[in-house]
Design a protein around this ligand. Structure first.
Ligand code: ZN
Length: 367
């Protein structure tokens, strides 16, 4: 009989042995692959945790960017994350800069920020007009100042397209670098109206802005409204200084600018006509804004900035959305809003671009 025969036991033993080998091979391969997959994931997902008393625990060697991503994955908003970084690790921002911009961070010089003398003028409500044909001012002595300070005024302006122009005033600072990394992520070009900086670090940041293909315009070095709007000479002095700082650092000769405090502000009523005429005669085009983040106020919150921009875009009847924001050293809350604003506006179908001097200017109407 087959059952119980020697052949039967031989076959039984062989079946068990081969079955055991097959099953163990299967499990070995399966768990081996799984283990490897888990192992591969590990380096990009360090265990970042927040204890119940709000202390951030970060393993050694974790980059600031990894911390940011890990906290974002846990559902923390950008403002909370920045607060964590600042409270638990004072060097977080420096490390972020060092990781992303090693050569720049090597320079330890502190950026001197132009004082923000007042914010009221920044919040002036702009509306739209186009620069009037300038009055002849050839006989004025200031027309002879700074013979190099000229740009080529465009023959005509382009079409008004449905475009968002993000503009950042008062840089450069470390916040500028953070904004650059966000813009790079979304492949967006923006416009930086710079106060300028003469430190090595500041110059390197300006150079980085130019190298990444963003538009650079002149803002104001001193940002001292009373001084720069005292006379056309005084304005030109500050403008020329800023212009040269930018040009020396970046190789770019700006042909656009933004008046500190907006083109028509509480400080320049006396000189406004002459100022606009002279700058236009010199070929420079200026841009105010039609949406303001209002981040120049003291301690703006994330929600305040975010809503100001998105509500402002909704209310704006122009196709082009020229959005005023700031990238000076104290404006890190602004930085935390930029990505969310970009994502939201992209959802609404907006495309982004940088300004150039052929974009129809948005300018405050003299009142
Ligand atoms: Zn400013």
């Amino acid at each position: 009989m087959y059952f119980g025969s020697v052949r039967f036991f031989k076959h039984l033993i062989l079946t068990v042995v081969f079955g055991w080998i097959a099953v163990s091979t299967f499990f070995a391969v399966f768990f081996g692959v799984k283990y490897n997959m888990e192992k591969k994931k590990e380096p990009s997902e360090p265990v970042v945790s927040v204890s119940s008393d709000g202390v951030l625990n970060v393993p050694d060697g974790t980059t600031v960017e990894q911390v940011y991503l890990a906290l974002a994955a846990k559902g923390y908003g950008p403002e909370d994350i920045m607060e964590f970084l600042r409270q638990t690790d004072e060097d977080a921002v420096d490390r972020f800069v060092k990781e992303n911009y090693g050569s720049i961070a090597a320079e330890t010089a502190v950026i001197t920020e132009a004082p923000e003398t007042t914010v009221s003028a920044e919040d002036a409500e702009p509306s739209e007009s186009v620069t009037e044909v300038p009055v002849s001012s050839e006989d004025k002595p200031y027309t002879k100042l700074y013979p190099e300070l000229y740009a080529e005024y465009p023959e005509s302006f382009g079409e008004d397209t449905k475009t968002v122009y993000l503009t950042f005033d008062d840089g450069p600072s470390d916040n500028t670098l953070m904004i650059l990394s966000i813009l790079r992520k979304y492949d967006i070009k923006a416009t930086f109206f710079m106060s300028g900086s003469t430190t090595e670090k500041g110059k390197a940041i300006m150079e980085q802005v130019a190298a990444e293909g963003h538009a650079i315009g002149v803002h104001s070095y001193s940002h001292d409204y009373e001084k720069i709007y005292e006379s056309v000479d005084s304005f030109l002095d500050d403008f020329n200084n800023t212009y040269n700082i930018i040009k020396d650092a970046t190789g770019v000769s700006p042909n656009i600018f933004r008046f500190a405090g907006g083109s028509y502000n509480d400080y320049n009523h006396e000189v406004y006509d002459e100022l606009v005429a002279e700058m236009t005669r010199r070929g420079f085009v200026y841009y105010d804004w039609n949406v303001s983040a209002q981040d120049a106020v003291v301690k703006p919150t994330w929600t305040y900035i975010y809503n100001n921009v998105l509500d402002g875009v909704k209310a704006n009847t122009s196709n082009r959305q020229i959005i005023l924001m700031h990238d000076s050293a104290d404006k890190y809350v602004t930085v935390t809003t930029v990505e969310d604003i970009i994502v939201e506006l992209m959802k609404d179908g907006y495309s982004f671009d940088k300004l150039d001097n052929t974009v129809p200017p948005t300018q405050i109407v003299k009142y």
